[in-house]
Design a protein around this ligand. Structure first.
Ligand code: PTJ
Length: 243
């Protein structure tokens, strides 16, 4: 039992949820380590959405709403942390949602699909094929889902698949707390923020952006600038950590 007045109450509750989801086979055991890495970077960010992350969220919304066939790729961690937020973004953007796993088993795919559907997400299903040029299980995807997508949103991705999706000519939007990760650097656009904080900003922007604003955001999109700005935020916080 975590006391509500514990100074790290929210963080401990999230860990508790991830551990439960790991026991239920939704989150991979490796997903717990990935979460810990994310937490460390979130400390450096000050556990808040920065101005440049907000801008990245608006640009992500512009990419999604102007895409021909946008798809949100969901793994175990994302489902455990943000099933509701994924449903809200799906409704605001019209994107398809596909479960795509690094540690892929049919059983996990079913469990994650069930969890998402309980939260109102419409999940793409069908026979997966090895369409992504990768040697491991992340090669699998649906022809009508990620296979046909022009824009793919990948929260908590691994760098290899991000690069492979780019090599297929797709625009990749990553959400990753680590601005140094291969994913963050390989993506078309990276939102350096915690996934449950970032998704509602993307959803809100989907409902408010006009065509001109979308075109402007996409035209001026600069991932390297956004990553540098995120690193700068962390550097500033470290410099003043003990002031
Ligand atoms: O469910 P599966 O089988 O697909 O496996 C998912 C994991 C996360 C285990 C797999 O994709 C993986 O190993 O990912 P990585 O390579 O560890 O990358 C995860 C990235 O997400 C790291 O750079 C973390 O900093 C970042 N991260 C972790 N938690 C969050 C996060 N970013 C945003 N929000 C978070 N809550």
């Amino acid at each position: 039992m975590i006391p509500e007045d514990h100074p790290r109450y929210r963080s401990l509750k999230v860990r508790e949820r991830l551990a439960r989801c790991a026991r239920e086979g939704i989150v991979a055991m490796e997903g717990l380590a990935a979460h810990g890495r994310g937490e460390a970077f979130d400390y450096l960010l000050g556990e808040r959405t920065t101005e440049c992350a907000r801008h990245a969220c608006r640009t992500a919304a512009a990419l999604l709403v102007t895409a021909r066939h946008p798809v949100i790729s969901v793994n175990g961690n994302t489902a455990a942390l943000a099933a509701r937020e994924i449903g809200e973004l799906q409704r605001a953007s019209g994107a398809g949602v596909e479960v795509s796993l690094f540690h892929r088993t049919e059983e996990r795919i079913h469990r994650i699909t069930d969890l998402l559907e309980e939260h109102g997400v419409e999940v793409l299903t069908g026979e997966a094929e090895r369409l992504i040029p990768l040697s491991h299980d992340r090669a699998w995807c649906l022809r009508e889902g990620i296979g046909a997508a022009d824009v793919v949103l990948v929260p908590l991705e691994d760098g290899d698949r991000c690069a492979a999706l780019r090599s297929m000519g797709k625009q990749v939007i990553a959400i990753d707390l680590n601005p140094l990760s291969r994913t963050a650097r390989m993506a078309t656009l990276t939102i350096v923020d915690e996934v449950t904080r970032a998704l509602p900003h993307v959803t809100d922007a989907c409902g408010t952006l006009g065509a001109e604003e979308c075109a402007r955001l996409i035209q001026t999109m600069d991932n390297t600038y956004l990553l540098r700005a995120a690193i700068q935020e962390m550097r500033e916080r470290l410099t003043h950590a003990l002031d």
